[in-house]
Design a binder for this molecule. Structure first.
Ligand code: IMP
Length: 431
């Protein structure tokens, strides 16, 4: 039977999933993205080069790995072609990539609408990436969207596109935005189909074939983070998909029974881009220090990320929702040099101590973190290869996270390179 590993972000995105996925992708036969789109910005660093991926799976650098963009994604063909071109320019020319014929397609008007909806919200912006992710998912669920497989049937695509352009132009007109010309969009997408067409297929069938083979290792690569989940995140300051292991079966087209190994990626502290409540947020010199040391600026938008202490309430919540078996604790080296480090164990809300996040952002915004404070450590961790060689204070910090969340730390990342990764869990070492 195959081995499966699901890698998900457990905070507000940008936890370092790209690096961890890339680490395991080197050993994987298949890497599958199953939700989100090019709103993700996965940085992968190896051989001294930094690569940035948006919608393409992180296994793309290994010629032997099959990369799949699953049906649960929203795929922007313009951006996929641009991403592939950029990879070509960086010398990445030998890869295997397949795109689900059932994946929703992001159309040019989706990013226009994303921007316009944000403007209509006045001061209450979500701070989206403006990639059109929300409008593309909305069209999917309203059953007016186009799908990647439509590109393979020009007549059918023309029919669906005509209907979509008619509806969307009315909407764009109401918002004072320029309309789209059917012929121009059709011609552009037929050109894209020439490049992407050979990669579009029934990816569920492909994944299921691999699942049944004894020697195959399959990695499911989540995007964003659980606190941006449309159902369980800080709604409405969320993305439009479910960045959880729970999305894998639907978004990849497999049975839920295959999911048995979930790695929750968490920074050793917390960050968030865009708006929304963030109880452990720091506004002092420590935040500045962590931001600069951790290069905490958005990969997609370049925005400075908001910084806070590790939030144990969020970690407990996301591990409960996603069935996290191990944590991958990222950017651990960034905390070196601080006199004291803090971990949030509970929130205080209107005079009461609570141990799980409230449902509304109005309550969430009133939550005050309850911290435990631990001694920091001064040592540089970036060359450490073995858990036992970590300073005692760093080990105590890890043990406290394990105690608060009741989930073991299976991976510790002490630098951006693949080699700067300490694997503690036996099961993960054997993947
Ligand atoms: P959208 O996904 O572009 O609709 O943006 C909705 C919210 O999710 C915004 O706050 C974004 O900043 C955030 N977001 C979307 N994708 C990512 C990501 O990959 N990392 C971190 N935040 C993200």
């Amino acid at each position: 039977m195959s081995q499966r590993l699901v890698v998900i972000g457990s905070q507000w995105g940008d936890e370092g999933k790209g690096k961890i996925t890339d680490y395991f992708a080197c050993k994987a036969d298949m890497v599958v993205r199953y939700q989100g789109g090019n709103n993700a910005g996965h940085s992968v660093m190896f051989n001294g080069h930094k690569y940035s991926l948006q919608s393409i799976p992180s296994g793309i650098f290994n010629p032997a790995t099959v990369n799949v963009m699953g049906n649960g994604m929203v795929v922007n063909p313009v951006s996929v072609v641009a991403e592939l071109q950029k990879l070509h320019d960086q010398g990445i020319t030998d890869y295997q990539l397949y795109i689900s014929d059932r994946a929703a397609m992001v159309m040019p008007w989706h990013s226009d609408l994303d921007g316009a909806y944000e403007c209509l919200k006045g001061g209450k912006l979500i701070g989206t990436t403006k990639k059109g992710i929300g409008p593309a998912y909305s069209d999917k669920y309203s059953r007016v969207g186009l799908r990647m497989g439509d590109l393979l049937e020009p007549d059918y695509f023309a029919e669906r596109l005509k209907a979509a352009v008619e509806v969307k132009n009315r909407e764009l007109e109401m918002l004072g935005l320029p309309a789209y010309d059917f012929d121009k969009v059709f011609a552009q997408y037929m050109e894209l189909a020439k490049i992407l067409g050979p990669k579009i297929t029934d990816t569920s069938a492909l994944i299921n074939r691999y699942l049944r083979e004894a020697d195959k290792k399959i990695l499911f690569e989540g995007a964003q983070g659980m606190m941006l989940c449309i159902d369980h995140g800080t709604y409405p300051y969320v993305t439009s998909s479910t960045p959880s292991s729970a999305s894998v079966p639907v978004g990849a087209g497999i049975s839920p029974k295959w999911i048995d190994n979930v790695l929750g990626v968490a920074k050793a502290y917390c960050t968030r881009v865009g708006e929304g409540p963030f109880p452990t947020e720091l506004h002092d010199e420590t935040a500045h220090e962590i931001r600069e040391r951790g290069h905490e600026y958005g990969t997609v938008t370049g925005r400075p990320r908001r910084i806070g202490w590790f939030d144990g309430v969020v970690a407990r919540y996301t591990s409960r929702l996603a069935g996290i078996d191990n944590w991958a604790l990222m950017l651990f080296d960034v905390l070196s040099g601080l006199d004291k480090v803090k971990i949030c164990t509970h929130y205080e809300l209107d005079g009461e101590i609570i141990d799980t996040p409230p449902a509304t952002i109005s309550k969430f915004a009133r939550c005050n973190p309850v911290y435990i404070e631990l001694d920091g450590w001064k040592e540089d961790l970036t060359q450490i290869k073995d858990y036992n060689d970590l300073p005692e204070a760093a080990k105590a910090y890890i043990r406290k996270i394990e105690e608060i969340t009741e989930v073991p730390v299976g991976v510790i990342s002490v630098g951006p390179d693949r080699t700067q990764t300490i694997i503690v869990s036996e099961k993960l070492r054997n993947f």
